[in-house]
Design a protein around this ligand. Sequence first.
Ligand SMILES: [Zn+2]
Length: 365
Amino acid sequence: MGGLGFSKLQHVNDALLLKWTWRFKKEGHSLWKKVVWGCHGSGRMWPLLPYSPSATGCWRQIVKIGEKRIWNGNTLNSYFVGIVGDGSSINFWTDSWLHNEPLRFSYPNLFRIERKKWATVSERLLVFNGEKIMNWHWTTAPSSAVQVTELFSLLSNIYDYDWKGGSDEWKWTADDEGVFSVKQAKVLMSSGPVQQNIWCMNWKGWAPLKCKMMAWRVAINRLPTKSELVKRGVPLPNDTCDLCSNNEETTSHLFTGCIFAAEIWSRMETWCRLSPIFAFEVVDLLTLADVQQLSKTNKYILKGILITALWALWNERNNRVFKNNRRRAIEVVEFIKATSFFWIRNRSKYKEIDWNAWRNSPFLM
Ligand SMILES: [Zn+2]
């Protein structure tokens, strides 16, 4: 099959999947939406649609399409914009309404302390006699400098927001009429230069070569996972992931879909104070440092930490498979902190890094 033909077919397929996002946003309280909430409403990731990382199949595909970045760097989801009426059906943090991206991206430090991640606009904001009143529900009150700065910026944006009243509406901004169409979605996806998410291994980083080699094999899908071994005709008692005992052990599952991996990434996110990690594929983890708002030095530090984390996860998997030796996710994260500390001190120019500072946050000012 010609490459062009294939890519066109891919766009049709993606556009059809994307239509579900539009339907999910536009349709009121239909039954299928309730089913989706039931299955995915408790997930720890916060894309535009409810999603739990252990989910597979069609819904995973639908959510993934929306998070995909097209040629101009925008995600497909960024074209779905809520026009707030009474705010009862638009999510405060996870939908785009105030900016052209969800507030969870603009204010990650506030989003972290939000108690109800799926809160609607009307749950956080009341308009009474033309006056806007906020109704926060934090796990702990914003107190750090970054939290307070974000809060002031958010409040001033909300006060400037022009209220339309009436009922909530959704607009698809890729179309002049504001209405989603599969035809226009195909045009959107196929226009502009094709952007390929190619990851370049940084062989100069501070992580040891054995870890870089392993990360490289992950990137090109050459890791001997059970599913790869089975494909090559190696007889195995089972192809189940030993980290969760629930799914087939593929590279993608092991490092992104697995609930054990998800806990590791969540703890890493807290330690490094990263904006929320959305890893659908391994390449999302490998390119993570590039999409974070960090200085050059801190990106250099983070890249090494990520490689250490991938290596530690694979190490944990091997200990379970070959030595029947299991650690909890929190112990693996402590191991990542200690190992990366040892390596960066011995293998980079940052020899003065202090252990207590490192444990608190690995980044330099
Ligand atoms: Zn698993």
